[in-house]
Design a protein around this ligand. Structure first.
Ligand code: OAD
Length: 234
C-alpha cells in the first residue's frame, strides 16, 4: 500500500477528450514547427504567429470535456489516504475541471497570461495579441501565454523533486517520454525506491525504466488502475 504517490501526465490523457497530442502521426508537431511556436526565439521572431497558435489551442480547449481518465485521478486523490501529487505537462485545464486539486502544471497553463514587463500572471480566457494589455501594470505589447517553451525552466521543480524523492509509487500516463526533465522523473522515483508504473497507449521511450505497464487508451487503463489500487486499500 503506497504512502506517497506521484502521478505524471502528458498529452495522451487528454487525447480522448479531443485534444491532439504532439508526437503521434496526427500530432501537432507533424504540421507545426515547434521552433516557431514553442520557443522564446520563435516568439521574438513572430509573436503574431505564436499568439494565433495559442489562441487556437485555447479556443479548442473550451470545446472539450474531461474524460474518464481525468475523473479517475481526481477520485484517487479524494479517496486514497496516501500523500498525493499530480504533475501534468499539459497546459489544458481538464484535470482541475475533473476535480483534481493537488496539481502542478509544470509546463504552464493556456488559460493564464504572463506579463513580461511586470512578471504578473493573470487569468486569460479570450484571445491574446500584440495589443493586449496587462491587467496588473497596464503595459501593452508585453503579454505572452503562460506556457513553458523549449529552453525555459518548467515550473515548481523544487516541489516536484521533493515529491519524487519521497514517493513510493510513481505512475506515468499518456506521455511519450521525449521531453526532459519530465522524462527523467521515472528514474528519480526508482532511485527513491518507488514502484514505477506506465499507463500509455504504447510503450514510451523510457518503457524499460518501469516495473509495470498497462498499454491501452487512457480512458480504459487509468480507471482500471485506480479501481485496483483503491480496492487494495489505497
Ligand atoms: P507526446 O505527443 O509526445 O506523447 C503522447 C503520448 O500519449 C504518446 O506516447 C502516445 O502513445 C500516448 N497516447 C496517445 N493517445 C493516447 C490515449 N488515448 N491514451 C493513452 N495514451 C495515449 O506528448 P507529451 O509526452 O505530453 O511541451 O509531450 C511532452 C511535451 O512535449 C509537451 O508538454 C509539450 C510537447 O512539446 C512543450 O510544448 C514545451
Amino acid at each position: 500500500m503506497p504512502s506517497s504517490i506521484v502521478i505524471l501526465t502528458g498529452a495522451g490523457i487528454s487525447a480522448e477528450s479531443g485534444i491532439s497530442t504532439f508526437r503521434d502521426p496526427d500530432g501537432i508537431w507533424a504540421t507545426v514547427d515547434y521552433r516557431e511556436v514553442a520557443t522564446p526565439e520563435g516568439f521574438a521572431a513572430n509573436p503574431a504567429k505564436v499568439h494565433a497558435f495559442y489562441n487556437w489551442r485555447r479556443r479548442n480547449v473550451l470545446t472539450v470535456e474531461p474524460n474518464a481518465a481525468h475523473r479517475a485521478l481526481a477520485r484517487l486523490e479524494r479517496e486514497c489516504p496516501a500523500t498525493f501529487l499530480l504533475v501534468t505537462q499539459n497546459v489544458d485545464s481538464l484535470h482541475e475541471r475533473a476535480g483534481s486539486q493537488k496539481l502542478i502544471h509544470m509546463h504552464g497553463q493556456h488559460d493564464q497570461a504572463l506579463c513580461t514587463a511586470c512578471g504578473m500572471r493573470s487569468a486569460w480566457n479570450g484571445e491574446m495579441s500584440l495589443a493586449s494589455t496587462c491587467p496588473s501594470c497596464a503595459a501593452a505589447g508585453h503579454m505572452r501565454p503562460d506556457v513553458v517553451w523549449f529552453g525555459e525552466m518548467p515550473y515548481q521543480m523544487d516541489r516536484i523533486q521533493r515529491a519524487l524523492a519521497g514517493c513510493d509509487l510513481f505512475v506515468s500516463i499518456g506521455t511519450s517520454g521525449n521531453v526532459y526533465p519530465a522524462a527523467g522523473f521515472v528514474r528519480q522515483a526508482r532511485q527513491a525506491g518507488a514502484r514505477t508504473v506506465e499507463l500509455n497507449l504504447e510503450p514510451s521511450e523510457g518503457a524499460r525504466h518501469f516495473d509495470d505497464a498497462d498499454h491501452g487508451p487512457a480512458t480504459q487503463v487509468v480507471p482500471r488502475f485506480v479501481d485496483r489500487l483503491l480496492a487494495a486499500g489505497g
